[in-house]
Ligand binder design. Structure first.
Ligand SMILES: *Cc1c(COP(=O)(O)O)cnc(C)c1O
Length: 458
């Protein structure tokens, strides 16, 4: 059998040569016939490679099974936290192989809860990667602690374990590795460093549902793991989150914290004394749990599809000069691919800027984005450092933004933020031929980079 890459390339080549007249064309099936226009980038007037209408919609649900569950909750009249939430928590813990799972309002507050219940607070420092969603960092700040940025591994985009120890000070209490884009962080090395320095590890697995390292699910490797069920995430509920852990006493405290500080399980107060600790209210509802249970049924097979398509798409684009796909660590047995990322090197595209490449790719019907900007330099950090709470808990030097920026430089992340290109997870739920079309679109742009660049100059 021919390798699919070759077949596809031949197909493109043949079609590029297909200048046969319309009379022939009329007798050919439309799927086989392609005009010379298909070889030309859409932004230069050619046919788009793909169509927005073709990508799988997100979120998706099965009306027959999923809507029934939701209606049952409505008709029961029990809408606040009760049995369906417990059922969802048990199912989520089971899916991960975790002892316990606590559902909360969202991923951000799963992180806030976990950080607070490991007693991380004002005056403490927490190590975070710069390549992440803002919520990782705001959850640290919400607890009055200081985020300290550890630069990324340029190949995997994850927090680089080799750069962690240089950032540890006597104030450091925890590390928050983020399995960003759904690609697992280097947990073995991170756990070893944490053990040596007696640090807590909270995994931000908000993008990494069912991702695995050596067949262990991420989120269950550190002291706690946090998940998000926001609409765009691989397990979408609209809003929602979970803290998972094998530590019963910790999850009991988290439960109590998210329920006004009322006693729960091993987290007990004096008899009849009411709330036993300062808490808040972050409870999940029965409706959300019903949607979550329905979504969870599809998550495993969808994760398999994403892995298959991502691996295939990577193999189809990796040899295009200027396209450098993500790398997974050797011990990764499954990724979640919340996003499909690669680096774009404009020098291999005749100097065509990333912004213009993204425009040309969008014109092909392939939605794409440039991803994160540099989080470690954003103004919200300085604004927080000017607050009374921070001024009371940290030395003046530590809050000086020039000092802070100097200490928190992340050159690898700066470069990644300037080169990254992302496809969203629903795009890799399509078919293999959709992946071929994405690769074809990129190839077309590569071949015509000079012309496209000149177009944007006009
Ligand atoms: C989505 C996300 C969060 C926050 O989750 P929400 O449910 O949106 O609050 C935190 N960290 C990362 C890495 C995320 O992607």
């Amino acid at each position: 059998m021919k390798n699919p890459d070759q077949t596809r390339r031949e197909f493109i080549k043949n079609n590029a040569l297909a200048v046969a007249g319309a009379a022939f064309a009329a007798s050919l099936p439309t799927t086989l016939y392609a005009s010379p226009k298909s070889a030309s980038p859409a932004i230069l007037g050619g046919d788009p490679s793909w169509s927005v209408a073709k990508w799988p919609k997100w979120p998706r649900w099965n009306p027959e099974t999923d809507e029934k569950k939701l209606l049952e909750v409505m008709r029961s009249g029990v809408w606040s936290r009760a049995e369906v939430v417990t059922e969802f928590e048990e199912a989520w813990a089971d899916a991960l192989g975790a002892k316990r799972s606590l559902a909360v309002v969202n991923g951000t507050n799963a992180l806030v809860t976990a950080i607070s219940q490991f007693n991380i607070q004002a005056g403490d420092e927490v190590l975070v990667p710069p390549y992440t969603f803002i919520a990782t960092v705001s959850a640290v700040l919400t607890n009055g602690a200081m985020p300290v940025f550890v630069d990324i591994d340029p190949l995997t985009y994850q927090m680089d374990p080799a750069k962690i120890e240089a950032k540890i000070t006597p104030r450091t209490k925890a590390i928050i590795p983020v399995h960003i884009l759904g690609l697992p962080a280097d947990m073995d090395k991170i756990m070893a460093i944490a053990k040596k320095h007696n640090l807590i590890v909270i995994e931000d697995a908000c993008q990494a549902h069912l991702a695995e390292i050596d067949h262990r699910k991420v989120g269950t490797i550190g002291h706690a793991g946090c998940f998000s069920f926001q609409n765009s995430k691989n397990l979408p509920i609209g809003e929602g989150g979970a803290v998972v852990s094998n530590d019963d006493a910790f999850i009991d405290r988290c439960f109590s914290y998210t329920n006004f500080g009322n006693p729960y399980g091993s987290a007990v107060g004096a008899v009849g004394a009411g709330a036993m600790m300062q808490g808040t209210k972050l409870r999940f509802s029965e409706y959300q749990a019903a949607v979550g249970l329905a979504q969870l049924k599809r998550l495993d097979s969808e994760t398999t599809t994403r892995n298959e398509n991502a691996t295939y798409l990577k193999s189809q684009i990796k040899d295009i000069p200027g396209i450098v796909p993500y790398k997974l660590y050797d011990n990764v047995t499954r990724a979640a691919f919340h996003l499909f990322p690669f680096r774009y090197k404009q020098e291999d595209f005749k100097g065509l800027s990333r912004a213009d490449f993204l425009k040309a790719l969008s014109a092909e019907g392939v939605p794409c984005s440039s991803g994160y900007t540099t989080l470690n330099t954003q103004p919200f950090l300085n604004e927080t450092f000017k607050s009374k709470g921070f001024k009371n808990s940290f030395a003046k030097d530590a809050l000086d933004i020039k000092n802070y920026n100097e200490k928190n430089k992340c050159p690898e992340n700066n470069l990644l933020c300037s080169e990254a290109v992302w496809f969203t997870q629903n795009m890799i739920l399509g078919t293999k031929s959709d992946m071929d079309d994405i690769a074809t679109a990129i190839e077309k742009i590569h071949k015509n980079a000079e012309k496209i660049k000149n177009l944007s100059k006009k």
